[in-house]
Ligand binder design. Structure first.
Ligand SMILES: [Cu+2]
Length: 608
């Protein structure tokens, strides 16, 4: 077995000889944004500290940072953003002492918490205030203690208020007991996140009052003429007409994007150029973690094949791609073999193509490779979500998913509906064969502005902005766990939930009922249940169930891949199996922070 190394010149043996290894802890505060000057004179991105061992102390407090030229206050662990990388070992018992040292006047609240994302543990160790425990109050500490029964790439973050947006996230790496099914000589964590100078509460308030703030791109007359000459005037008019009535612009792809955010790679901006070292010929394992609050990232390394070997911490059959999309909270482990060049750019653009962060893989610090331009801004067409029927020429029928239709009880008058019918002839009968049954709670609900009419799994769809881009793009359909269905039983029953929302109100919910008004979802201890999700909205939502795995099924209903966070593209219908083997109350929610906060969350209660 080959041992990964973490840093040039530091052997694993050296690391293991120390009960607790702290690296670069001093690199905090305003230094975070600009890096530090090494003796060579080369500006180095700050290293994220690493804590290893079975017994760790974490102190949550405020730290000044500067990512944009302005000093702001972040919420940090041991003074670091991102929080230190925690290195645990499968088969041990982890003890994590977390102390709340937030100042008395903190804008980030008086209570804090840490949630260990994707980790199977007792409910009172899961770290969700109000469900798992009471939270950690100012000046107090909470001792998390749990048996580590899994391995892989995970992360941890606050589950209190908006602290995750303010910097409270870090990598959680668990070394396995058994040898891994692939080899590598070196590894790097690549933790991606989105930073804003706004107070997160102020950003949330802005989303409520101006949900379209960041979507400043309006299509022009020139765009229109181009579309009309390409697709025909009738199709263009139909498509535009639909969008007008839905009060969205065709570029409405993300609620918050680079118009607000500065994207970070391991706590470093693009100009800071986080650099991971390699020696030519080495296999390098990159542990990508999307620790952002609201961002879907598309990742590629021009010139390098990436072989995906694990997803959400769990091994998959290796699949080699040029690019992959990361929903918030997902993790991807890839192996690359850099050789022939001294430097490669890790290029990470947001899915709406409003910005990017880049870093470098290089044989030494201070090198750079060319940074690609952003891809063209994708245009959301009706076909995107959407079965366009038979009268929409020029649409790519292979990408059709469920048509998201404005809900007729949600502020649409009937003259508009009539216009809709004219714009989309054939829609009704095209959808009739697979028309889903929507929950009664969606009907006449002011929090629901859309319903999917013919949702499909879209497992084979690379996603908006990634189709036919000339690169091999990872799709969920390519993901196969390296193991068989770990439970083996057919689900005894199905639970169907619809992801619902109202764009203009920035209201998000399950089945049209927001968290505050919803009863817990009850599971019986030990049962195997099929969860069916239908996305009735035009946004993507990464859905995360705490405490239990989500075993995603293929279109035939067979086990495909084990995940902790399941991406749900607009108008999609996906299912997964859950073994209710964890007693207690668990959070179940969209991992877009402001969607969760606005109500796209449920309690799942597992009882005997
Ligand atoms: Cu969401």
């Amino acid at each position: 077995m080959l041992f990964p190394s973490f840093d040039a010149g530091t052997s694993r043996a050296t690391l293991l000889s120390r009960r607790r290894f702290v690296q670069g802890l001093a690199a905090g505060g305003a230094m975070l944004a600009f890096g530090s000057r090494a003796s060579s004179g080369v500006v180095q991105a700050p290293r994220v500290p690493e804590l290893r061992g079975a017994d760790l102390d974490l102190v949550i407090g405020e730290t000044p940072v500067n990512f944009t030229g302005r000093v702001r206050t972040a919420v940090t662990v041991n003074g670091s953003l991102p929080a230190p990388t925690l290195r645990l070992r499968e088969g041990t018992t982890a003890t994590l002492r977390v102390r709340n040292a937030l100042p008395a006047n903190s804008v980030h609240g008086h209570e804090t918490s840490l949630h260990w994302h994707g980790i199977v543990l007792p409910a009172n160790m899961d770290g969700v205030p109000g469900l798992s425990f009471d939270g950690i109050h100012r000046g107090e500490a909470y001792v998390y203690r749990f048996d580590v029964r899994q391995a892989g790439t995970y992360w941890y973050h606050s589950h209190s208020a908006f602290q995750e947006q303010a910097g409270l996230y870090g990598a959680l790496i668990i070394d396995p007991v058994e040898p891994e099914p692939f080899s590598y000589q070196r590894e790097h964590v690549v933790l991606l996140s989105d930073w804003t100078d706004l107070a997160p509460e102020a950003l949330f308030a802005r989303l409520k009052t101006m949900p379209g703030h960041d979507n400043v791109y309006r299509r022009t007359v020139g765009d229109f003429m181009r579309d009309a000459s390409k697709d025909g005037l009738r199709a263009t008019l139909g498509d535009r007409g639909m969008w007008g009535r839905m009060r969205m612009t065709p570029s409405d792809l993300s609620d918050v994007n680079a118009n607000t955010y500065t994207y970070l790679m391991n706590g470093t901006t693009g100009p800071g150029n986080w650099t991971g070292l390699f020696a030519p010929g080495e296999k390098v394992r990159l542990r990508f973690i999307n620790g952002s609050s609201m961002t879907y990232f598309d990742v590629r390394i021009p010139g390098l094949d990436m072989t995906v070997v694990a997803v959400d911490g769990q091994y998959v059959h290796p699949v080699t791609v040029d690019e992959f999309r990361m929903a918030a909270a997902e993790t991807f482990d890839v192996i690359v073999e850099p050789r022939g060049q001294d430097a490669y750019t890790i290029f990470v653009q947001d899915s709406a193509r409003t910005g990017f962060v880049s870093g470098t893989l290089a044989v030494r610090e201070g090198l750079r490779a060319p940074v690609p331009a952003l891809d063209p801004r994708p245009i959301l067409t009706m076909a995107d979500m959407a079965h366009g029927g038979h009268a929409m020429p020029g649409m790519d029928h292979s990408q059709h998913a469920g048509m998201a239709m404005p809900h007729d009880m949600a502020g649409m008058d009937h003259s508009q509906m009539a216009g809709m019918d004219r714009a989309m002839p054939g829609m009704t009968h095209a959808a009739s064969s697979t028309a889903p049954v929507h929950p009664a709670s969606e009907v006449g609900n002011p929090l629901v502005d859309m319903q999917a009419m013919a949702p499909t799994s879209r497992l084979d769809d690379p996603g908006n902005g990634l189709r036919d881009n000339g690169r091999r793009v990872l799709r969920y359909s390519m993901l196969r766990s390296l193991f068989d269905d770990p439970d083996g039983r057919e689900p005894g029953r199905s639970v169907e939930l619809h992801l619902t929302g109202h764009m203009e109100r920035f209201a998000w919910s399950f089945d049209g009922t927001k968290f505050a008004d919803a009863a817990p979802l009850q599971l019986k201890y030990g049962e195997r249940v099929r969860v069916v999700l239908v996305n009735d909205t035009m946004m993507s939502h990464p859905i995360h169930l705490h405490g239990m795995w989500s075993d995603v099924e293929d279109d035939a209903g067979a086990f495909m891949v084990r995940k902790h966070t399941v991406d749900m593209p607009p108008g999609s219908r996906r299912s997964y199996r859950v073994r209710a083997d964890a007693l207690g109350r668990w959070a179940y929610h969209c991992h877009l922070l402001y969607h969760m906060e606005s109500g796209m969350m449920r309690t799942v209660e597992v009882r005997e």
